[in-house]
Ligand binder design. Sequence first.
Ligand code: ATP
Length: 237
Amino acid sequence: HAQPRVLEVRQLAKRYGRREAVAGISFSVHRHEIVGLLGPNGAGKTTTINMLLGVLAGDGGEIRIDGLDLKRQRSQALGRTNFAAIYAPLPGNLSVRQNLRLFGMLYDVPALETRIGELLEQFELQTLAETKCGLLSSGEQTRVSLAKAMLNQPRLLLLDEPTASLDPAKAHELRQLIRGIATEHDTGILWTSHNMQEVEAVCDRVLFLSRGRILLEGDPRQLPRAHGYENLDALFI
Ligand code: ATP
């Protein structure tokens, strides 16, 4: 792969009592790449994302973000990550600009006002900059959530079921925006989903997770027939 790895996971494991939620998985995400993490309920997607965010300790294995070890270089590694919780509301009484300023200060973004200006432009939010977030449509709020996630120029962007609360038209719009981010920014994206069609539409590569293990990995448009995709399909909604 020509692009550098923004995420490298080796033998990552997490056990809850006797249950192996994540059973020693290894995978990577490259810059400009959207990787789908697909699997049925309970497959271990959220457990994996929580370990990548550093909020859940794994039992074993290694996570490297932009080459930095999450255990040994924790704050630096996390500084190169961000996540967008599309369903989480933004403070509604703050304007778009104030929201970006608030989170930008938390991330300690250098030259913050310039960065905010760039993001307003990239996410077509200039005319809404002084509008309170509580007054925005859900599509507009999604754009603000993504702009917020890009404040610190993350190398790795984590999206945990980003379209779960969206109708088909808004989900489509979001997929276009995420494709734009992967193309235009020096970022790789890990996208969890239950939905195989969605992953086919947006991801460059997909990992099928089942019971904490990666069953299959590859280009979602090439895997199917070669690997009995129809049988797997029954596992997913
Ligand atoms: P979903 O899409 O439903 O969120 P998931 O793929 O994200 O599913 P996880 O939430 O990672 O799956 O859960 C993986 C397994 O670990 C499941 O069997 C779940 O019941 C179990 N599990 C998750 N969190 C805990 C916990 N805190 N204590 C005990 N078991 C847990």
